[in-house]
Design a protein around this ligand. Sequence first.
Ligand SMILES: [Zn+2]
Length: 78
Amino acid sequence: MGRILVLALIIVLFFWVIRSFRRALKKGQEEARTPASLEGEDMVRCIHCGVHLPRSESITSEGEFFCSEDHRRLHLEP
Ligand SMILES: [Zn+2]
């Protein structure tokens, strides 16, 4: 009788481990799906049109950020 109880406990434990493992795997996949560029990099806003873009893709002039050379020119030239 004691052996059956131990066996049942092992089975329950086995399914519990699999379930938590699957949950961890699913969570890991969701995290991996997030693009690294959006997580690791600062987002800046074009002062001319308001679009958000990564800092490395922006144009900086006089402490302001722009999405393109055209917008930098349009904003700085009256
Ligand atoms: Zn712009």
